[in-house]
Design a protein around this ligand. Structure first.
Ligand code: ZN
Ligand code: ZN
Length: 118
């Protein structure tokens, strides 16, 4: 039985609607700071052999030399996977490769949006 008073479960329960500014605040301020996420992060970096999965540069489990990137935040049905990520839902990256992944993704996203005439 889950204890609903468990702090992590309370964090998960308070997840705002995905993709809204509130969601990003919640994700960066609450979720990424939870003990459970930090534990997952540690495991994930161990699983990657302490190397960026893209450029193979060494990454450390603590500090800012390692980033865990979510390849997805939701299932195909729109259910949040936060708090139950699988290793394959994420990648272990150095900050440079992480930034590069997000740039590519943003370009893809922007291509779907109707163009504003500047
Ligand atoms: Zn890298
Ligand atoms: Zn990312």
């Amino acid at each position: 039985m889950f204890d609903s008073r468990h702090p992590f479960l309370l964090i998960l329960k308070s997840e705002p609607y995905y993709g809204t500014p509130e969601w990003w605040d919640w994700y960066s301020d609450k979720y990424l700071h939870s003990r459970e996420w930090r534990r997952f992060r540690q495991l994930r970096i161990e699983h990657a052999g302490y190397a960026c999965e893209h450029c193979k540069k060494r990454i450390e489990p603590v500090g800012d030399s390692s980033h865990i990137h979510h390849k997805r935040y939701q299932t195909k049905n729109g259910r949040s996977i936060l708090g139950r990520e699988m290793l394959r839902d994420t990648s272990a990256l150095c900050p440079e490769c992480h930034a590069a992944v997000h740039e590519v993704r943003q370009i893809e996203l922007f291509q779907d949006l109707p163009r504003k005439v500047a």
